[in-house]
Ligand binder design. Structure first.
Ligand code: NAD
Length: 336
């Protein structure tokens, strides 16, 4: 069996989740790893058996080619994206890149245009599109009258990575973390008409509750309007590490409440009955499997979040950031 040869750029927390998924696939071998931190690079090489190790993506691209690598997984800090993607595109190597794919929308536009021109297979790490519970929500919605309120929330503490403490290096919680639900809303309800958002700080004390350089939002709330009378209220908060409410999406239809509890279970309630379904799959495995299958067959049409689509979620999250700064509603042009 010919194995798909994978290279890894970045060997941090998220990449290790991809490694665990890829190691379960008999038709995949991880052959190269690139990571500036010696201990992470060595650990990833040991775990995967990758023979070729590089200090960063530049070294990898200088030594590898389409003849030696079939696909790349890119999971680096949001501000570390330089020519990380463009070199893969120029070399014609398909890649899966983690969200947020960059904090520079102009760079993202250039990358999307290059991908489009080359017709390169790409995927963004919007794992929830592959979660069985989210698939069930997507299947359920068309069975009901369209329209209603959606309450979304991602509330918890501050993630451990250093770059999360500053808005300039993470983009804010909405861009870095709650972008999963932003993307989920787009997946379920289509493209947005407008977004309005507010943000708040002053609760988390830099140097006491967080690192001294902490300056990101303690919480934000955004209102996103969609066609068909759908309006979503999306809350993000990182001040609540010890107690937290249910997170996920609650869709209030005229004859059913769909309560999607973030990556855990799905409760659907009508006047006659309630069903409660537990999560049944590992969505990162399903995401990675779909991408690998696309690489093997050369057909990327089934990928649920190619780069160009992921960029729309990134732009929506950044439009919310813009609204937080200006206090204005941001309206979107309808797609032709
Ligand atoms: N899809 C998801 O559910 C999910 C979950 C967690 C994180 N993420 C995303 O994954 C990305 C990485 O997050 P993380 O938590 O793994 O961060 P991390 O800080 O743990 O890991 C990032 C790694 O990239 C390395 N790196 C930086 N520049 C590099 C370069 N030029 N070449 C090679 N390696 C380089 C860093 O040294 C670091 O080890 C972020 O964009 C984050 O938002 C996605």
């Amino acid at each position: 069996m010919k194995k798909t040869r994978v290279g890894l750029i970045g060997c941090g927390g998220r990449q290790n989740v991809h490694i665990d998924a890829l190691l379960q696939m008999e038709d995949v071998e991880i052959v190269a790893v690139a990571e500036p931190l010696d201990d992470r690079r060595a650990a990833a090489a040991a775990k995967t058996g990758a023979k070729r190790q590089y200090k960063n993506h530049t070294e990898l691209y200088d030594s590898e080619s389409k003849e030696t690598l079939d696909a790349l997984f890119i999971a680096i800090e949001p501000t570390a994206h330089t020519d990380t993607e463009t070199r893969a595109i120029e070399m014609g190597i398909p890649f899966l890149v983690e969200k947020p794919m960059t904090l520079d929308l102009k760079q993202a536009d250039r990358i999307a245009a290059m991908i489009e021109e080359k017709k390169l297979i790409t995927a963004v790490g919007f794992q929830d599109r592959y979660l069985d519970l989210m698939e069930m929500v997507k299947e359920e919605l068309p069975k009901h009258k369209q329209g209603g309120i959606v309450n979304g929330a991602w509330i918890g503490g501050i993630p451990g990575v250093w770059w999360w403490q500053k808005k300039s290096t993470c983009g804010g919680q909405l861009v870095e973390q709650n972008i999963h639900l932003v993307d989920g809303l787009r997946w379920l309800f289509g493209e947005p008409l407008s977004v309005y958002a507010i943000h708040q700080s002053g609760m988390i004390r830099p140097g006491i509750d967080a690192s001294p350089e902490y300056d990101t939002d303690d919480y934000s709330i955004c209102l996103i309007r969609f066609k068909n009378n759908v309006t979503a209220c999306l809350e993000s908060a990182c001040y609540s590490k010890d107690v937290r409410p249910n997170c996920g999406l609650v869709v209030i239809l005229d004859d059913m409440v769909i309560d999607y509890r973030l990556r855990n279970n799905l409760i659907m309630t009508t006047k006659d009955r309630t069903v409660d379904i537990k999560r049944g799959n590992n969505q990162t495995y399903s995401l990675d499997r779909d991408f690998i299958d696309a690489v093997k067959t050369g057909d990327g049409s089934h990928i649920r979040s190619p780069y160009q689509d992921g960029l729309k979620s990134l732009k929506l999250a950044f439009a919310a950031n813009q609204s937080m700064e200006t206090g204005e509603v941001v309206y979107f042009k309808e797609e032709e």
